[in-house]
Write a protein that binds this ligand. Structure first.
Ligand SMILES: [Zn+2]
Ligand SMILES: [Zn+2]
Length: 883
């Protein structure tokens, strides 16, 4: 076609062009399309997708729906960061490519949080963007390689977008991934990179590699850029958010300065690379445009704010729709950061009339043409955004008051990284906020890594990390009878190996090993007690009390504890049921965070934003029991991983990633479908009953449900009932009348207290007279009365003490009362006695002598201590002080 290969005069990269005069690759060129697009078509965001879809469909590609932005199928990623990630799966430690169609095209929404500070400012950075993925397996039916790929991409640019051939430049490069690499070809027009076709051809490292049996084409192009090149707007934000920007300008009443703005943003996009970030670029541009930097900042700031908020809210729309929640942990952390950033901008600019939930609505109105699934989650998105916005306001107030107290103290600049982490974890105070408030100088460089380490440490826990047992490499995989027939409780087997007199390997076993949150079976093999069962690779290890009576090569009979297995199994199936009934009750953001299945109870941690109300717990419980009563079948079947994902969606990965190409799917009548390796009942009716006994918010974004199922549920109810019965009995009542009797008992107690107080008033006077007479007349003029009382309480001594110092103003009244394990101290000083001695001081000294603390004012003091054996010394000390 006349394209010639040239070497860039600056960076020495090779590139292809029709332009005879071109000396440099487009890396060194500013944007030449703003205000002057090089295309015959004008395509908004969705228009650009429609053209792309049409072109590739006409050329034999299957259009695949986008995958979730929350990357549930890769353990190392929270979010989908590129279109190719859709098709990457783990097999053991290796990443393989699994394509549902060949060739295919996917409009993949991707989230990236590594460049947040440039988003909204640079004109082209996003936290969420659509990567058009043109993907094929070159060595399988329907696949193609470099020539066809370039032909298609060239066709897309010229026919699809209407760019003239002489405007297009292809740049050669190399792409290196984890364990695989290949050539790549980037394509540009007017200085804007539109896409990059990667030809993944080799696996291994630079020095040790081979050609892959299945070569992969991974062309990724930014849909935002496809639209931008055809529109030539000052920023790509102007053409990629549909009506959102215009709506926000209208709502906020922002002034339009299109001329200066387009000049400014055109300059920003080309200066960003070489200047010192946006701020540096801005001062250069201000100089060139001959306006004051402050003036320029003032003009662009509201636009930057609108762009930033539009981006952040769109990212949140996708993330929340796909089941993620803003929180302080994991990927939720990034979501909360951008949401709070958007909220603080709204607050700073005084745009109080604009709600993030309303902006989300406008996004969904526009995007549903392309992503219809967003409509289904509109209410969920609004719920979460409103909730987070109100939490933000609450935390802002708390943060401000904490900051005020920090500023008042002398703690400034003395806060360690540990202090900062504690403040972030307990009060949500970010170090950035403290910098902004001038409490600290800067964010310590180790803060975010320390925080990340802290939150990663918990992952993958749950199974005891045993050191691998040596000498098992030669053994064949254990035949897993519990998968072949879950009802097996007794079996015969041959001992293949015994290690350390306690680890026994059999050729086959029905013992379920600890795994997936399910506790192992117990029982006996050949008369030896099995205490624990674990799995090491394909080998099941039975850990016995003693293997003294067992020998390698021996045949034995084994039996497992059937009642225990049945109960663990019921709790396991119940976990799946409660998981789905929680999601149905609370919202689509509910996922299993972790789970634990025991003989006596089960525990399920779900992702949810708030603690559960009693009514919510009851609704979850009712829904779960209704599924149990319907007695629907529980079907376990092994699927090809890709087929299972296509048929049941990524909801199957409740328990995490499955690193094998086959997955075992547990399907409860399509009501709950999960990939799971545990044991399950045949139909839900076998569970009988499930009762949630406790719900608790255990961390930000995670709620723990504890429950009992089957016989364990009956046991629980019976226990509750007998507790209730014994309470009723001690109230002299019956279960039926217990509430009535209880409130009567409470009333009686109140009445008795009232009666006692009246009587105290009556007896206080004569008792006080008695005290005044009995008091010891000290040389200082103070009349001391002290007592240790094991029977009467505070009420009595307060009434008597008060009266006594009224009758005798020279009196110092000290009462030590026995209270549980300790001693209570009460001190009164009369008006004359106060001249010599203060009640509060005596209370402190006496309590101190009793190994406790106390205090008070001149007239009345109180306190307490623990050392009953030092009462005498304490009282002597008081007398000494009063002398
Ligand atoms: Zn170059
Ligand atoms: Zn399970």
């Amino acid at each position: 076609m006349g394209f010639a290969r040239r070497k860039c005069g600056k960076c020495e990269k090779f590139f292809w062009t029709l332009d005879q005069g071109r000396k440099f690759c487009p890396d060194h060129e500013g944007y030449g399309f703003i205000g002057n697009p090089p295309t015959s078509k004008r395509l908004d965001y969705i228009g650009a997708w429609k053209e792309t879809e049409k072109f590739f469909q006409a050329n034999g590609h299957t259009i695949v729906r986008r995958y979730p932005v929350v990357c549930r199928w890769r353990e190392d990623l929270y979010f989908t960061i590129a279109s190719i990630v859709d098709f990457q799966r783990a097999v053991g430690n290796k990443i393989v490519f699994e394509l549902p169609e060949n060739p295919l095209l996917v409009p993949q929404m991707c989230l990236r949080f590594n460049d947040i500070e440039n988003v909204g400012l640079s004109g082209r950075h996003y936290t969420g963007f659509c990567m058009i993925g043109q993907t094929c397996n070159a060595d399988m039916q329907g696949g193609y390689w470099k020539d066809r790929c370039i032909e298609l991409d060239y066709g897309m640019l010229t026919q699809g977008l209407g760019i003239k051939p002489e405007e297009i430049t292809f740049v050669e490069d190399v792409w290196m991934g984890a364990g695989a690499f290949g050539c790549s070809l980037e394509f540009f027009a007017r200085g804007l990179e539109l896409g990059n076709a990667v030809f993944t051809e080799f696996e291994g490292s630079e020095n040790d590699y081979r050609i892959m049996p299945n070569k992969i084409i991974d062309m990724g192009a930014g849909l935002e850029r496809f639209s931008w090149i055809t529109m030539g707007t000052p920023t790509s934000y102007d053409c990629c958010f549909g009506p959102v920007i215009e709506k926000m300008i209208e709502t906020t009443g922002t002034q339009k300065n299109e001329d200066i703005l387009s000049k400014y943003f055109e300059a920003v996009s080309s200066k960003l690379e070489n200047a010192e970030g946006i701020r540096g670029a801005r001062s250069i541009i201000a100089r060139e445009m001959q306006i004051k930097e402050e003036k320029l900042t003032e003009m662009v700031a509201p636009y930057e704010a609108i762009y930033t908020i539009a981006d952040h809210v769109r990212t949140l729309v996708f993330a929340i729709s796909d089941g993620a929640l803003p929180s302080n942990v994991g990927g939720g952390y990034n979501l909360r950061v951008i949401l709070r950033r958007a909220l603080s901008i709204l607050e700073r600019l005084g745009w109080k009339g604009m709600r993030v939930a309303d902006i989300a609505d406008v996004h969904i109105d526009y995007l549903r043409q392309m992503y219809p699934e967003l409509e289904e989650h509109r209410e969920d998105v609004r719920t979460i955004l409103d909730l987070e916005a109100s939490r933000y306001i609450g935390s802002r107030e708390r943060m401000n008051s904490i900051v005020m107290s920090l500023k008042g103290g002398k703690t400034q600049a003395e806060l360690s990284v540990d202090d900062l982490i504690r403040m972030y974890e307990s009060d949500g105070i970010t170090p950035d906020f403290l910098v902004e408030q001038q409490v600290i100088q800067g964010v310590p460089s180790t803060f975010y890594t320390r925080l990340a380490d802290l939150h990663n440490a918990g992952q993958g826990a749950g199974t005891p990390s045993n050191k691998p047992i040596p000498g098992l490499e030669e053994l064949p995989p254990t035949r897993l009878l519990y998968y072949e027939d879950e009802s097996i409780r007794e079996f015969d087997a041959k001992i293949l190996k015994i290690v350390d007199n306690k680890f026994v390997v059999l050729d086959q076993t029905a013992f379920y090993p600890r795994g997936g949150g399910q506790e192992p079976d117990t029982g006996e093999i050949g008369g030896a007690n099995v205490l624990e069962v674990t799995k090491q690779a394909d080998i099941v290890l039975h850990i016995v009390e003693s293997a003294a009576r067992l020998a390698e090569g021996q045949f034995l009979h084994a039996s497992l504890n059937g009642r225990r297995r049945d109960l663990v199994t019921k709790h396991h199936t119940a976990t799946h049921i409660i998981n789905s009934s929680s999601r149905n009750t609370l919202g689509s953001w509910v996922w299993q965070n972790s789970a634990f299945k025991e003989e006596t109870y089960g525990r399920l941690d779900i992702t949810h934003h708030s603690a559960l109300s009693k009514e919510e717990v009851q609704r979850i419980e009712q829904k779960a029991n209704s599924v149990i009563r319907q007695n629907v079948p529980v079907v376990t079947k092994t699927y090809d991983r890709g087929d299972a994902e296509q048929e049941f969606s990524f909801r199957i990965y409740q328990g995490g990633v499955v690193p094998t190409s086959n997955v075992r799917i547990v399907n409860i009548d399509n009501w709950d479908v999960e990939a799971c390796g545990g044991t399950h009942v045949k139909s839900t009716g076998q569970i009988g009953l499930v009762k949630i006994v406790k719900s608790e918010r255990i961390q930000d974004g995670v709620v723990r449900l504890e429950f009992v199922a089957g016989e364990a549920a009956i046991n629980y109810m019976q226990q509750q009932e007998s507790q209730l019965a014994s309470i009723a009995q001690s109230l002299g009542s019956s279960k039926e009348k217990i509430l009535e009797s209880f409130s009567k008992a409470m009333d009686d107690a109140e009445a008795a207290k009232r009666k006692l107080r009246t009587m105290l008033r009556v007896v206080a006077e004569p008792m006080a007279k008695n005290v005044a007479e009995k008091s010891k007349k000290l040389a200082s003029g103070v009349h001391l009365y002290s007592t240790y009382d094991e029977e009467l309480d505070d009420d009595y001594h307060i009434a008597v003490g008060e009266k006594a110092i009224e009758l005798d103003p020279a009196l110092l009244y000290i009462a030590l009362l026995s209270k549980g394990q300790g001693i209570r101290v009460i001190v009164f000083a009369g008006a004359h006695a106060r001249k010599k001695i203060k009640a509060g001081l005596i209370a402190r000294q006496v309590s101190g002598a009793l190994a406790g603390s106390g205090g008070g004012d001149d007239r009345f003091g109180q306190g307490g201590g623990k050392s009953k054996d030092r009462i005498k010394e304490a009282l002597l000390l008081a007398e000494e002080a009063a002398k």
